[in-house]
Design a protein around this ligand. Structure first.
Ligand code: PHE
Ligand code: ZN
Length: 849
């Protein structure tokens, strides 16, 4: 246990810093264990601040010297930083500190990865580099000098000079310290350029190790598409002469939007047809776009404090989702996003870690880079746009950029921009930022004398620290279909603002079939009593792609729940409806692939827990397998036809159409493999010339307990490719049978290639295991114990990644008494670990509350 309970930070305690930072000059003398950082910072008193205390953050460093206006001083030093007496006039602060990048295993601040120096400063990593007011509302202009023998020396902004062993960079745009970056290493660049809308040429580079040069082309093109899109859709132009991306193997997160020098987890930028799947390509394109879009939503306009994180993240996720929709398919993207939101964010909302999109307190901010802040934060933007309309949204965004460029803003500023530009009162809407939990919307209807009435009722369940909640503004997009399949009322947005409201539609000849929550217009759980017949009707006729898919998904979910709780047979009408939908050649293949997907074991456990039942992951897994087999048998011929008819011939391309066809044939393959003994998959594996086909075949085989030879062959061919080997690890733990998963995971931890200090490798093995819901929840507790052992081990060197992975336990209260006791036991064991990090301490104690 921690000696002292870590301090909680509150939004309501915000105070501006007592000084303004006019300019920053940094010199780095790089050395693996004795890097010197020399800083010269111009401060002046902040007229807007009452508190003039001069406190600079600083951790894990040795102070060599400190001066104010040239005179040596001896500041008071603590584990968090230093205090000094500072003049009430402008002054110059100078310091020299020593830090050790090589021993920095937490991967925050300046650290080393494969002989290369790199930084990660968001959220509070800059304080491990030098003494500084490390808070996002302190913005300044940085000039950086790097001294090192390494050939490539990079920092933010534009290059000023590059001589033998010395590089100088200047970033003209004031920025908070969390956007600082430095990279030094033996790197090569894949380069290109982009001419902005005002005709300025920007040099683009992706910096990698020599061996990875062949994996940069796609990323560079994705970057160009992102730059163009932000000009076309948001009117935002790039603002420096260069844009650099660096790929790093050891990284806690996906990527980081440092000004002009984005640093990427290599898994989120490097791609080639042989080593990356279609899903990898799409994700890489989205992440490159996301980080690029931060240049305006995050960097030019940043956050006043970390409680405002969703200001940049929700908006930037919303922007990258729109971009992917524009590049590929809006319908498919919306369904993908809804699946992910329900699987991860609804799960978070249902458990002990639920928190508002804008939290009001935290112990460790790293713990709040969550699906709620990011993905629900994006949903809130989407709802706002739907409520005010596209034109008004555009006007509001223009005003936002105009009004707040160069500032550190708040959610209040964001809302105000919409209020001022539309004249609308958004105070009730703002509850989306402060009330945690997923709202439930219950729908009932009636029909009389040609008038159809829809009654909507919103219900809010308590979440940690919030027992009662107020009604929110919920945009419910609705369409009505006549019994013959015609759309009689096109999509209309009903604004639910009261606890219960009735909306009427007049002049109808017959009772319509409603299509409610079209396009998943709000992140809510919808309860609507519709017959299977109505759902089959919507699956066949709905003009809204999301709800067409949703109808199929609900049928699948209902039959699964019936199979699990009543031992029912698979619903034959569902099988027939599914078969005719996947045959429909007017539907895009990627969409049909989504129709073939079933709710996950975790998703079904969430549904059952939400209905007050105790889910059994093994039982759910078994029934889900039974339904898969029934689909495979019932649709046997159709699946075979689809598989052969949609094969993509010729050279591999990751575009939306080709990858959509592969999604469909590979979804079919997974079913076919359940009934053909694996021969089709074996053939595909042997013939594959790209990773998508290879991995889909291998996955199908592992799922039926085969694929041993193929796994060996795969390992043999790919053992020198780190990113592919990550797949080799995760595949085995993710797809193992429930009773085998923890044993396989444990054996893999003993594999020579299990480099547990590398976050990607650790996440591959254990993320695979925890995604295998039935495997992780082995009733003998072996999955829990294995994960806890390794989290305890990892915490000592990397708290951030450890804390994130503790969320595997956040569903513990859902399960039966034995599983609960085992999980609670492991959580308590973690909490009782000596010198446990603040990160992990906060997560585990929240889960145990
Ligand atoms: N700000 C990064 C993003 O959203 C995420 C990140 C957070 C990366 C913290 C590193 C550390 O793209
Ligand atoms: Zn982001």
């Amino acid at each position: 246990m921690k000696d002292a309970t870590p301090q909680t930070i509150y939004l309501s305690d915000y105070k501006p810093f007592g000084y303004i930072v006019e300019a920053v000059e940094l010199t780095f003398r790089l050395h693996p264990t004795q890097t010197r950082v020399i800083s010269k910072i111009k401060f002046s008193p902040n007229p807007d601040a009452k508190d003039g205390e001069f406190f600079l953050h600083g951790e894990n460093m040795t102070l060599i010297s400190a001066k104010i206006n040239g005179a040596d001083i001896s500041p008071e030093i603590s584990a968090e930083g230093l205090r000094a007496n500072a003049p009430n006039d402008p002054f110059v602060w100078e310091s020299e500190v020593e830090i050790s990048p090589e021993t920095n295993t937490a991967l925050e601040g300046l650290y080393m990865s494969n002989g290369m120096y790199c930084t990660q400063c968001e959220a509070e990593g800059f304080r491990k580099i030098t003494y500084y007011p490390d808070r996002p509302d302190v913005m300044s202009v940085f000039t950086v000098r790097i001294e090192s023998d390494l050939p490539v020396l990079l920092s933010n902004g534009n290059p000023v000079k590059m001589d033998n062993g010395v590089a100088e960079w200047h970033d003209p745009w004031p920025k908070p310290a969390y956007l600082f970056a430095l990279v030094a290493g033996e790197l090569v660049n894949y380069s290109g350029d982009f001419t902005t809308m005002s005709g300025k040429k920007v040099d683009l580079n992706i910096w990698v190790r020599e061996a990875d040069l062949g994996k940069c082309a796609f990323g560079l093109e994705a970057l160009k598409r992102s730059m163009k899109w932000d000009e076309d859709v948001y009117g935002r132009e790039y603002d420096l002469d260069v844009f650099n991306i660096v790929a790093v193997d050891d990284f806690n997160m996906g990527a980081m939007e440092n000004k002009g020098l984005n640093i990427f987890n290599s898994s989120c930028v490097l791609a080639s047809p042989e080593t990356s799947t279609d899903a990898n390509f799409e994700r890489i394109e989205a992440i490159i776009a996301h980080e690029y879009f931060h240049n305006w939503t995050g960097n030019r306009i940043t956050c006043r404090d970390w409680f405002q994180l969703c200001l940049k993240e929700g908006l930037t996720v919303f922007r990258d989702q729109s971009f992917t929709g524009d590049m590929r398919s809006h319908a498919v993207k919306r369904i993908d996003d809804a699946i992910m939101l329900r699987a991860r964010q609804f799960r978070e909302d249902q458990g002990p870690l639920a928190h508002p999109v804008r939290p009001e307190s935290f112990v460790e901010i790293n713990n709040f880079y969550t699906v709620t802040v990011y993905e629900k934060g994006a949903e809130v933007i989407g709802m706002l746009k739907r409520l005010v309309g596209d034109e008004a949204y555009k006007k509001a965004l223009d005003l936002y950029f105009d009004r707040h460029d160069g500032e550190a803003a708040t959610i209040e500023d964001w809302i105000k921009v919409f209020e001022d530009s539309t004249g609308r009162d958004l105070s009730q809407f703002k509850l989306w930022y402060s009330q945690a939990g997923t709202p439930h919307v219950h729908v009932s209807d009636s029909f009389e004398d040609g008038t159809y009435a829809l009654t909507l009722r919103q219900v809010h369940k308590p979440s940690p620290g919030q027992d009662t909640k107020k009604p929110m503004v919920i945009p419910v997009a609705v369409g009505l279909l006549s019994p013959n399949g015609d759309e009689i009322v096109p999509t209309t947005v009903l604004e639910l603002t009261e606890e219960e409201q009735t909306f009427t539609f007049d002049g109808l000849g017959a009772k319509p079939i409603p299509s409610v929550l079209r396009d998943f217009s709000a992140p809510v759980v919808l309860h609507i009593d519709q017959s299977d017949k109505d759902r089959e009707f919507l699956l066949a006729h709905d003009t809204d792609a999301f709800n067409k898919w949703e109808a199929g998904r609900t049928l699948a979910r209902n039959t699964l729940i019936d199979m699990i709780t009543n031992n029912a047979e698979p619903n034959a009408d569902f099988l027939a409806a599914l078969e005719s939908a996947i045959k429909d050649e007017s539907l895009e293949p990627a969409f049909r692939a989504l129709l073939l997907g079933l709710p996950s074991v975790d998703d079904l456990a969430q549904t059952l827990a939400g209905a007050g039942e105790t889910p059994d992951p093994w039982e759910i897994h078994a029934e889900r397998d039974r339904l898969k087999r029934a689909i495979a048998e019932h649709c046997n011929d159709t699946l075979a036809d689809l598989y052969f008819a949609h094969q993509v011939q010729g050279e591999y391309s990751p575009d939306a159409v080709s990858s959509g066809k592969r999604s469909l044939t590979n979804a079919a393959l997974a079913y076919i493999t359940l009934v053909d003994g694996g021969q089709t998959a074996q053939r595909q594996f042997a013939a594959a010339n790209n990773m998508t086909q290879e991995l889909a075949a291998l996955s199908a085989l592992i799922t039926i307990g085969m694929g041993e030879e193929e796994l060996t062959d795969f390992h043999h061919r790919w053992q020198n490719d780190r990113l592919v080997m990550d797949k080799w690890f995760s595949l085995q733990t993710a797809l193992a049978a429930p009773e085998d998963a923890s044993g396989i995971a444990r054996r893999l931890t003993e594999h020579a290639a299990f480099d547990w200090k590398n976050p990607n490798r650790f996440r591959s093995l254990f993320g695979g295991l925890t995604s295998n819901t039935a495997g992780f929840h082995n009733p003998d507790g072996s999955g829990y114990a294995l994960l806890a052992d390794w989290l305890i081990k990892l915490d000592a060197i990397n708290p951030q990644t450890t804390a994130r992975m503790t969320t595997a336990f956040d569903t513990w209260k859902r399960y039966d008494a034995e599983r609960q006791a085992q999980m609670r036991g492991e959580l308590e064991r973690i909490l009782g670990t000596e010198n446990l990090s603040r990160d992990t301490y906060e997560m585990v104690s929240r889960m145990l509350k």
